[in-house]
Design a binder for this molecule. Structure first.
Ligand code: SF4
Length: 701
């Protein structure tokens, strides 16, 4: 009898429910879970191919020290010893964890607890820094806490959906399917796509604004100034529930029309049409993703968008609100447990002494980190200059995915002690590890993830464990015990960790924040096994969770009001005579991150088999580049050699290249080697979509 197990897709932040079936012969098949509220049975190409990516090929099956097989005790003793010695000699800030939105919430919770509460440093950051940290910073500035106001259903209920910096069709395909179905059912629904490229998402758009890179702040400032003089402005909401409108409006009104046209690069008629649609449609949802977040002005972009929703009171009601789409399966779960260097567990703030005291008392920990730690780009700088001397990397491949990836690789290679926990033995990063720890893969893992709409779902095991692999939370707990913190890391199962996390979220009312899943604090193992998807918050005695926030105010600043943020349009053009093109990096439909899993599926690779760079036909002619010819892309930081894809989907002056490939799959496919380590001043998120490069035909020497 084939066994069916309900679990969650491990790729993007949509968080689709999956039913995995293992037949008598051990063959695995997957289908969408019709009862999961995120996807109602749908899956995209990546989710549908999950069974093709879980074979043993390339798996790391046992711990290794210096390339030789070891036992777990030997490896864990060495990790604990080297971290303890480094801390004793150089202090707690001489060590760091670099983790991942692929980790389950229980893994993330223990990594954060060990680093912030027991080592006493906040040097734990995550590849989610590259994904959505500008949204976190924008939410905290506007709302006083990192809270997503709405739910996926709002995207279907809206009469106008604005997609800015989001290629929904390829990057959040099941939400795109839901949106396309809603538009087919309600032909009056309007969709506006704001993106320098004419992506597949534009296929269902009524209006495509091919904006200049980083022109979004100016566009939404112009929109705010327009709304302020229209009937769409909601003076009652502004007066009752917000502060700072006058300053934000004054900044927006100072942007004159010529400046707006220049900064956005858009025709005036298109801008007018967008403003008219936004003004005259009550039910508006603005979805934004990496095109907004991955920018040196990412946080200001987020706040420029939030300003427009606050000014119209279009937030937290059915079919209305700003909506940050997270990239990774558990980017949101990491936010919940303090997986970012500038956050504490349970959405508490590391800068707040009362929050620090609350968390420390709850943990009974000897110390608590007293200041924010190093964010991803700064963390690898600190590895490079020797301030970080021991580094534990979990479930991510920064040698491919970090900006300035060549420098990151050199830094890791020179670090005195590097631990890598992964499912694969030979990633570009694992190659530099002194200790390799084998982790559980999808189908073996047991825990929870949280998707973009705050919905917590279970990942459940349905496969036997490969070799001697162990859960990431177990590895962390064992190292914590060996470092002398046995009582605090005495966990035997992920359900126990989840229950502690839930109890902390409710402890002393969580500093009056609404991130409270206290209803789950006394969860038994059996209840954890049966856990159905639910949205946070869900305080003790309440059910179900809260679907929407802020329709009637109730923000998390001390006065209960939201903040408008007065933003300034940033400088947008980084090009110069030597590097005259703007590189925009991104994802393709059928690959995930650095392809360590999706790269195994021939079906997925059939979609696009090679790395490429999209370039406009006129630019290709001017540069002597032929269609499908090889091109060399150079920046001050690195070089890539990929195939040219000549297409008018790409605007002039820019190129688009996917970030998935490394130098194993292609001669030189590591696009993040080109990306400058420029970051947003508030979020620390790198500017991966506005990189000055040179492009020329590749000529063998
Ligand atoms: Fe998985 Fe995202 Fe596709 Fe859903 S949309 S199946 S979560 S990759």
């Amino acid at each position: 009898m084939a066994a069916e197990v309900k679990t969650t897709c491990p790729y993007c932040g949509v968080g689709c429910g999956v039913i995995a079936t293992v037949d008598e012969a051990g063959a695995v098949s997957v289908k969408g879970d019709p009862e999961h509220p995120s996807n109602f049975g749908r899956l995209c190409s990546k989710g549908s191919a999950l069974a093709e990516t879980i074979d043993l090929d390339g798996r790391l099956l046992y711990p290794e020290i210096a390339g030789a097989r070891s036992g777990w005790d030997e490896a864990l003793d060495l990790v604990a010893q080297r971290f303890s010695e480094t801390i004793a000699e150089h202090g707690p800030d001489s060590v760091a964890f670099y983790v991942s939105g692929q980790l389950l919430t229980e893994d993330y919770y223990l990594a954060n607890k060990l680093m912030k509460g027991f080592i006493g440093s906040a040097n734990i950051d995550t590849n989610s820094r590259l994904c959505m940290s500008s949204s976190v910073a924008g939410h905290r500035r506007a709302f006083g806490a990192d809270t997503v106001p709405g739910t996926y259903e709002d995207i279907e209920l809206a009469d106008l959906v604005v997609l800015t910096g989001s290629n929904l069709a390829w990057c959040h395909p099941v939400i795109y399917q839901r949106l396309a179905a809603a538009k087919a059912a309600r032909p009056n629904m309007r969709i506006v796509v704001i993106d320098p490229r004419r992506t597949m998402t534009c296929d269902i758009a009524d209006l495509h604004l091919a904006i200049r890179p980083d022109g979004d702040v100016a566009l939404f400032m112009g929109l705010l100034a327009h709304l302020a003089t229209s009937s769409a402005i909601d003076q009652n909401y502004i007066a009752s529930h917000t502060e700072g409108f006058a300053g934000a409006f004054a900044a927006a009104a100072a942007l004159d029309i010529n400046d707006l046209l220049e900064r956005t690069g858009l025709p005036v008629m298109q801008i007018r049409e967008f403003f008219r649609l936004f003004e005259t449609t009550s039910k508006v949802v603005t979805c934004y993703s990496q095109g907004v977040n991955q920018s040196s002005s990412g946080t200001d972009k987020v706040n420029a968008i939030l300003n427009c929703h606050l000014a119209t009171g279009r937030i937290g009601r059915p079919g209305m609100g700003p909506f940050s789409l997270t990239g990774q399966p558990n980017a949101m779960g990491g936010r919940e447990v303090g997986g970012l260097a500038n956050m504490l567990a349970a959405h508490m703030a590391i800068e707040n002494p009362e929050d620090r005291d609350r968390v420390q008392r709850f943990w009974g920990s000897p110390v608590i980190a007293s200041k924010p730690g190093l964010k991803a780009v700064d963390m690898f700088r600190a590895v490079a200059d020797g301030r970080i001397k021991a580094l534990w990397i979990m479930a991510t491949n920064p040698v491919v995915s970090m900006p300035d990836a060549n420098s990151v690789e050199s830094a890791i290679a020179a670090c005195p002690f590097v631990v890598v926990s992964d499912i694969l033995r030979e990633t570009d990063t694992a190659r530099h590890a002194h200790v390799l720890l084998p982790s559980l893969g999808w189908g073996e893992k047991d825990g929870t993830v949280t998707n973009s709409e705050r919905r917590i779902s279970r990942q459940r095991p349905f496969l036997g464990i490969s070799g001697d692999a162990k859960a990431d939370w177990w590895q962390l707990a064992e190292v914590g015990r060996r470092m002398g913190f046995a009582a605090a890391f005495d966990f035997d199962a992920p359900a126990e960790i989840f229950a502690e996390h839930a109890a902390l979220s409710a402890f002393e009312n969580n500093g009056s924040r609404d991130f409270d899943i206290g209803a789950r604090a006394d969860m038994t193992g059996a209840a954890y096994d049966e856990l159905s998807p639910f949205q946070w918050p869900q305080a003790a005695g309440s059910s179900p969770g809260v679907t929407r926030f802020f329709a009637d105010g109730g923000f998390y600043h001390a006065d209960g009001k939201a903040r408008f943020v007065a933003v300034e349009p940033p400088a947008t053009d980084r090009t110069n005579a030597d590097f005259p093109f703007t590189l925009n990096t991104g994802r393709i439909r059928d690959q995930w991150h650095t392809m360590t899993r999706t790269g195994k599926s021939a079906r997925l690779s059939a979609h696009i088999a090679e790395p490429f760079a999209e370039i406009h036909p006129r630019d290709a002619i001017d540069a002597g580049i032929s269609s499908a010819g090889l091109v060399e892309i150079d920046s001050p930081h690195g070089q890539a050699i990929v195939r040219a894809l000549v297409t008018d989907r790409q605007a002039r002056g820019g190129i688009f290249a996917p970030m998935h490939w490394n130098d194993q799959f292609a001669a030189k496919g590591r696009i993040d080697a080109l990306v400058a380590p420029i970051t947003d001043p508030f979020s620390g998120q790198p500017a991966s979509k506005n990189v000055a490069v040179a492009v020329r035909p590749f000529r063998a020497t």
